[in-house]
Design a protein around this ligand. Structure first.
Ligand SMILES: [Ca+2]
Length: 199
């Protein structure tokens, strides 16, 4: 049950409208593949889209909220073909500041049925590109600001701004064949949303 609510962002005077689902605030929503997520740093910082459709709340607001009080993160995703909805939750979700941290991602306390694609360290045999796909602790990167661990910028070939490493195991702002949450499957994520709630 989605309802529109106004939230107050610490240090900002104007209330911000968002969609809320059972007390979870939607900070990102990606519906199908009509929206072009390849937007510059300024847009990812300030936010874009509309709350009932494709939507990004904005990194500065995410930072101000999650640095003022402890928040949880819930990611809900629908995959191609089987159209299953799966989820990944993190007990703690925090976005760093812009000057020092470039909106670094901090998550911990995973639970869910989609797998922990933000902290992927290779398979149980030690295979996989250990470390290259680990998103927790990464700075944010956009087409015009390369803060990722890859030799070049990960964003241009993948579609949108994200907490890339070198480059991604999870991406929810990418073009179809890159948009995924690969601890579940190699399938694309068709629809997704990220939501936060106070601990
Ligand atoms: Ca780079």
């Amino acid at each position: 049950m989605n309802v529109s609510v106004n939230i107050t962002i610490p240090t900002q005077s104007d209330p911000v409208p968002v969609m809320s689902v059972f007390g979870w605030i939607i900070i990102h929503q990606h519906l199908g593949y009509t929206f072009d997520w390849q937007l510059p740093w300024a847009d990812y910082k300030d936010g874009f889209g509309s709350i009932g459709a494709d939507f990004w709340l904005g990194l500065e607001k995410m930072h101000l909220l999650t640095s003022s009080q402890p928040y949880r993160l819930r990611v809900e995703m629908q995959f191609e073909d089987d159209l299953l909805w799966l989820s990944a939750e993190y007990w703690s979700f925090k976005i760093g500041d812009e000057p020092n941290d470039k909106y670094r991602l901090e998550v911990s306390g995973y639970s869910g049925d989609a797998g922990d694609s933000l902290q992927y360290t290779g398979d149980q045999n030690g295979n996989g590109r250990f470390g290259h796909y680990y998103h927790n602790g990464m700075k944010f990167t956009t087409i015009d600001q390369d803060n990722d661990e890859g030799a070049s910028n990960c964003a241009p070939n993948r579609g949108g701004g994200w907490w890339y490493n070198a480059c991604c195991y999870a991406c929810l702002t990418c073009i179809s064949e890159r948009n995924g949450w690969k601890t579940y499957d190699e399938k694309y994520v068709v629809n997704s949303r990220m939501m936060i709630k106070l601990q």
